[in-house]
Design a protein around this ligand. Structure first.
Ligand code: NAD
Length: 373
């Protein structure tokens, strides 16, 4: 079987869908791997390293798409890449299907067998393939680093002969994968950290990282699968009252609240932002799904009343040499579902819940129930 890895072409995407380590493993399993020249450059993986791992280097995307049985991607294909996809070809990546339904239809029209890894059920067996977790963990770390870099004071307490510096107060909203890593990062930097969430289990997780829980957890807050449910308008109001008092005194706020498949909850209001001290920094990680912070804008830095609001896009790509190997290993584990010993083509076993859960299109049809218009 031929597995192809093109260079990512979307703006500011520095990651790559394979690493020399995963290429070596695939070649060891008897597969042929094509890597486009320069595909690993943004992740500090050289063409030589891929070649030494057993990959065949290919000059352009057409050379990869033209021969591969399975194409591995980080982000969904661009228009040019769509034109290169062939009937029967398997495409695996973070295809962002909910925001790109017309592209799902286009995979079907081209006869592509497309897998969207964001749709993996969050079960124990799927953990080793869970790209959202591996990337959100890195994003949570990077979010805190960027928020701290924009903060114009020192973070940890310092006792010096010239006086004592008080530690920065950091508040993290939403303690899921990204939020917990943001908390841990702020703690390592010496901040005094508080955090909030609406799931009962999150309180203990926040405290286990040495941070203090602030806020309120509605009764019956966690729904099936351990995810939060949206708050009712009354609960939202109650949350606002509790948080308004707290946010006023914070130096750095990082927000990560989300309920899967929905617009991000609006938690930090313009009035809360206006109540903060000059020099305070807010980073809205949910900016691309509607934003937790009133006034945040995707990819922009907004200054308002002395407060800086950051809305960074694609944080994992800013630490691609770390995030790519993790993503590549997730993909290698996922390929274990499709690549069976001795088979000459990919095996699509839809009785496997991980295969069925991620399979968007097959045989010219949209097969995923969530996308059959
Ligand atoms: P997650 O589902 O693991 O965590 C989200 C948390 O928010 C959950 O713990 C949930 O209980 C909590 N939450 C939901 N509603 C809430 C509310 N009203 N108040 C307080 N907490 C609430 O998600 P994640 O993987 O940690 O991702 C978090 C956010 O970061 C998402 O919006 C995701 O899209 C975004 N993200 C951004 C980047 C980037 O580069 N900007 C990268 C990765 C993730």
């Amino acid at each position: 079987m031929i597995i192809g890895v093109p260079k990512e072409r979307r703006e500011a995407e520095a990651r790559v869908a394979a690493s020399p380590e995963t290429v070596r493993r695939l070649v060891g399993l008897g597969q042929q791997v094509l890597v486009e020249r320069g595909a690993g450059a943004g992740s500090l993986m050289s063409d030589d390293a891929f070649a030494q791992a057993g990959a065949e280097l290919v000059d352009d995307a057409a050379g990869v798409f033209g021969r591969a049985d399975i194409v591995l991607k980080v982000q969904r294909p661009t228009g040019d890449e769509m034109a290169l996809l062939r009937e029967g070809q398997v495409l695996v990546g973070m295809l962002d299907p909910y925001m790109n339904r017309e592209q799902v239809a286009a995979y079907a029209e081209r006869g592509v067998t497309a897998f969207a890894l964001e749709l993996l059920p969050r079960t124990t067996r799927a953990q080793a393939m869970d790209v959202l977790s591996s990337q959100a963990n890195i994003a949570g770390y990077r979010a805190m680093v960027e928020a701290m870099a924009a903060f114009r004071r020192v973070v940890p307490m310092m006792m010096t002969a010239a006086g004592t510096v008080t530690p920065a107060k950091v508040f993290v909203v939403g303690a899921g994968v990204a939020g917990l890593q943001a908390i841990a990062t702020a703690r390592r930097m010496g901040a005094v950290v508080t955090a909030t969430d609406v799931r009962p289990a999150a309180k203990q997780e926040i405290e286990s990282l040495g941070a203090k829980f602030v806020g309120f957890i509605p009764e019956d807050a966690a729904t099936a699968g351990g995810y939060a449910r949206p708050l009712t308008p009354e609960e939202q109001e109650k949350q606002r009252q509790v948080l308004a008092d707290h946010i006023r005194s914070q130096d750095v706020v990082v927000t990560t609240a989300q309920v899967p498949g929905r617009t991000a909850p609006r938690i930090v209001t313009a009035a809360m932002v206006a109540s903060m001290k000059p020099g305070a920094v807010i980073l809205d990680m949910a900016v691309e799904s509607g934003g937790n912070v009133e006034g945040s804008r995707p990819g922009e830095t907004v200054e308002t009343g002395g407060v800086t609001i950051l809305g960074p896009r694609n944080l994992p790509a800013r630490v691609a040499p770390t995030s790519s190997p993790l993503y590549a290993r997730n993909l290698l584990n996922f390929l274990g579902l499709l690549v069976k010993e001795g088979a000459t083509g990919p095996t699509i076993d839809t009785s496997d819940d991980l295969v069925a859960g991620t399979l968007l299109t097959q045989g010219g049809r949209i097969v995923h129930p969530n996308f059959q218009s």
